[in-house]
Design a protein around this ligand. Sequence first.
Ligand code: GTP
Ligand code: MG
Length: 173
Amino acid sequence: MCLLLGASGVGKTLLMKRLQKMISKDAEDPSDVPPTQPTVGTNLTDLTIHRTRVTVREVGGSMGPIWSSYYKDCRSVLFVVDASNPFQVSASCIQLLMVLSSPFLAAVSVLILFNKMDLAGSMSLVEIKSLFRMDDITSCAKQPISLLEVSAYDGTGLQEVLRWLQSSKNSRT
Ligand SMILES: Nc1nc2c(ncn2[C@@H]2O[C@H](COP(=O)(O)OP(=O)(O)OP(=O)(O)O)[C@@H](O)[C@H]2O)c(=O)[nH]1
Ligand SMILES: [Mg+2]
């Protein structure tokens, strides 16, 4: 099980819809952006990526105070940040530190996604890394942490997300 976490509105549901479309046989028109609603509770998605089956559980951002009740049985974490919203950086940083410090998640692999890179005002990877003090976070964390710039809107970086999900850590054995 992979947990998909991040503040409300960062783009978790759109990301899952895009990934599902990418691995289905349907040809997709990238300009066709599926509508989303704020997730109340959690949202389970099964992805079969080249015969590797991965279940992703999105936990709505509004569920932040009880995210930890979903940490058990989790093998990996996708943590999404809205790169177009500098006002959310400190809240996201605190949430990320809480995730990384949980004993239940000490052995998981973590992929941090800087989403909404398609928006003109989005922060660059260098800016966000500096605001998050990402080098300090990655050097202190017990978990292996990877970073990616993505857009659930136009599909940038989503093939790499699929590759990461397909890695053996996430697959059902
Ligand atoms: N421009 C742009 N908009 C995006 C992107 N990803 C998501 N959005 C938009 O952001 C809004 C919120 O997206 P959701 O996927 O519902 O956000 P969420 O993280 O699931 O939010 P909660 O379920 O409340 O936790 C929607 O209007 C999306 O279309 C992106 O990469 N670029
Ligand atoms: Mg959602």
